[in-house]
Ligand binder design. Structure first.
Ligand SMILES: C[S@@+](CC[C@H](N)C(=O)[O-])C[C@H]1O[C@@H](n2cnc3c(N)ncnc32)[C@H](O)[C@@H]1O
Ligand SMILES: [Mg+2]
Length: 222
């Protein structure tokens, strides 16, 4: 199979099942026009995040890595009217674009975008008494994933879901000699999950419009 086949198959299912609305397509278009990298999840992955949050009955969601707010919109749309989503973004420019995208999608009242390095804003969140969160989506700088996992455990409770995006690294995740800090980060992240008695997890590799990638899905058990 080739990239064009993966893209066509994603398109087939997305047209039938995902049905991005104009706010989601505009979020991507405006992020692109503002010069943000096209690092957002694919539409079918956004819908998967939305479905996981709804299946979990999530009322509070933490996202690490906002970009233009594309995944934020999918996740926020899973929340009930009194739900809350906190999303962390280091880039003020991206946060400004995300704020507009999230507002246009009609979920601005559910979303707080905190600007700063997540390793600075996470302690602030805890100090402010935020959480426990029902779902954490980790999708920022991959070298920090081991720290984000530790914070996720502090800010969740039994039954919470933790998702780590982009863990395949074009297959380099299998190479123990690889020294790319992103690969080192996702390998350590996965090993820490494996060793953590409070978590049960799996990882799924994906192909599609974004090429070959994958995510870790974990549940806090106690
Ligand atoms: C892959 S993009 C997020 C994509 C977004 N979750 C989506 O799917 O629509 C990663 C984002 O993390 C942000 N980021 C990188 N390092 C960060 C850090 N230390 N703290 C917070 N955000 C960070 C980047 O600026 C970028 O916007
Ligand atoms: Mg990602």
């Amino acid at each position: 199979m080739t990239q064009s086949t993966w893209t066509a198959v994603d398109g087939y299912f997305a047209d039938l099942l995902v049905k991005e609305d104009s706010a989601l397509t505009a979020a991507v278009e405006d992020s692109d026009a503002a010069g943000l990298s096209a690092l957002q999840v694919a539409p079918n992955q956004g819908k998967l995040l939305n479905l996981i949050a709804r299946i979990r009955g999530a009322r509070s969601i933490l996202e690490i890595g906002t970009l233009g707010g594309y995944s934020t919109i999918w996740l926020a749309r899973a929340l009930p009217a009194d739900g809350r989503l906190v999303t962390l973004e280091v880039d003020e420019h991206a946060a400004t674009i995300a704020r507009a995208n999230v507002a246009r999608a009609g979920v601005g009242h559910l979303v707080d975008i905190l600007v700063g390095k997540a390793l600075d804003t996470l302690p602030q969140l805890e100090a402010d008494g935020a959480g426990p969160f029902d779902l954490v989506f980790i999708d920022a700088d991959k070298p920090s994933n081991p720290d984000y996992l530790a914070w996720s455990l502090r800010l969740t409770r039994p039954g919470s879901v933790i998702i780590g995006d982009n863990v395949v690294r074009e297959g380099a995740v299998t190479d123990p000699t690889e020294d790319d800090p992103r690969v080192v980060g996702v390998r350590r992240f996965t090993e820490l999950i494996a060793a953590e008695p409070r978590l049960t997890a799996t990882a799924v590799q994906t192909v599609g419009v974004k090429g070959h990638d994958g995510f870790v899905l974990a549940m806090v058990t106690d």
